[in-house]
Design a binder for this molecule. Structure first.
Ligand code: ADP
Ligand code: MG
Length: 349
């Protein structure tokens, strides 16, 4: 065997490999684009996808927009308006994004158009990126706000494209992501459309129950009870500052855990510790392999939670995990007990 010849990869190859870490499938693109819209202070976010997002994704918002002379920076690598340096990171990030890599990486593996018109600007402008190749900035007629279109995801990375599932499966994942943000932001009107047909649209009136009604329907909305938990007033520095939201009657369930939506400091996460705490609260009241609906917001001191564990930023790590679990279980249990939905003798854990 010949000794290996170690060479540095060219920039294009590095870019495409890195893109795969952040952008796994249409749902991950949708997630990044919605987060950008929310970070931009949008009150309306309209998502529409074609063929589960594999052929086209469009996210339109009415947020602050991007001035024409910033369009190029927006699609550049590690370019962000949200943090300045590592100290900002240590203080805790208030925005959903901060890495400055989403538009850059999505542009590396698709045909991306970023079109924007800041409120009050006379006209809009757009920039396109095709497989990492950044095009000219052109004037564009568009409403105030920002629209991002992502066509032919993975057209230049066939190996990754092959890993995509059936259209219906990809759309399910897109739906889960958009639902997650719609419930977390009842004050934002969020809509989702698939192949020209509306899946749901929330009103954006600030009412969580109304958002639940829009995405899950009347039966579920009516089976939800309020969760309202606060730490003991005597605790000067509580590890959990609050648990609020809605959980369903133990008989209103589904066969997957997908409807246990949990948020930490406003960020959608899939922390198994949180899901288990919710299920524990129901004690023995759930039928085997049935899972309730939950939309739960957990507030912890920003320094006590690490959201920087993974680029897709779904899993989080808590400094005080046992305390968080206990608070969530107490909160849900309290709500169910108050409404007579479980018996106080229900076994713990
Ligand atoms: P990040 O969100 O981590 O900053 P992105 O690559 O997602 O990185 O976006 C780069 C920059 O482009 C953002 O920091 C923001 O200034 C701008 N931007 C992206 N999307 C929008 C949007 N929908 N509205 C306004 N500005 C946006
Ligand atoms: Mg972003």
């Amino acid at each position: 065997m010949e000794p290996p010849n170690i060479e540095r990869l060219d920039e294009r190859t590095v870019q495409r490999i890195a893109a795969g870490e952040v952008v796994e499938r249409p749902a991950s693109v949708v997630k990044e684009l919605i987060e950008n819209s929310l970070d931009a202070g949008a009150t309306r976010v309209a998502v529409s996808v074609e063929a589960g997002g594999t052929e086209g994704i469009r996210v339109r918002d009415d947020g602050v927009g991007i001035p024409e002379d910033q369009l190029e920076a927006a699609v550049a690598e590690h370019a962000t308006s949200k943090i300045g340096d590592i100290e900002d990171l240590d203080r805790g990030v208030g925005t959903l994004g901060f890495r400055g890599e989403a538009l850059y990486t999505v542009g590396a593996v698709s045909r991306l158009t970023l079109r924007s018109r800041p409120p009050g600007a006379d006209a809009g402008a757009e920039i396109t990126v095709e497989g990492g190749q950044v095009g000219e900035i052109r004037p564009a007629g568009c409403p105030e706000g920002t629209t991002v279109e992502v066509d032919d995801l993975f057209y230049n990375t066939p190996a990754r494209k092959k890993f995509l599932k059936r259209t219906a499966t990809e759309f399910d994942r897109v739906n889960t992501v958009v639902t997650g943000y719609a419930l977390a932001n009842p004050d934002v009107a969020v809509s989702l459309e698939h192949d020209g047909r509306e899946t749901f649209a929330t009103e954006g009136n600030g009412d969580l129950r109304s958002a639940v009604l829009a995405v899950y329907g009347r039966e579920v909305a009516e089976a939800m009870v309020d969760v309202e938990w606060e730490p003991n007033a005597s605790d000067a520095d509580p590890p959990v500052r609050g648990v609020t939201g809605l959980v369903s009657h133990p008989e209103t369930t589904r066969s997957t855990r997908e409807y246990l939506a949990t948020y930490v400091n406003g960020r959608y996460v899939t922390a198994s510790a949180l899901r288990e705490a919710v299920l524990d609260a129901y004690g023995g009241q759930l039928a085997p392999d049935r899972y309730p609906f939950a939309v739960l917001f957990v507030e912890v001191p920003p320094g006590d939670v690490d959201v920087n564990v993974h680029p897709r930023k779904l899993e989080v790590r808590f400094d005080e995990e046992p305390a968080v679990r206990e608070a969530v279980e107490d909160a849900v249990k309290g709500a169910l007990l108050d409404h007579g939905l479980i018996r106080s003798s229900a076994p713990r854990g």
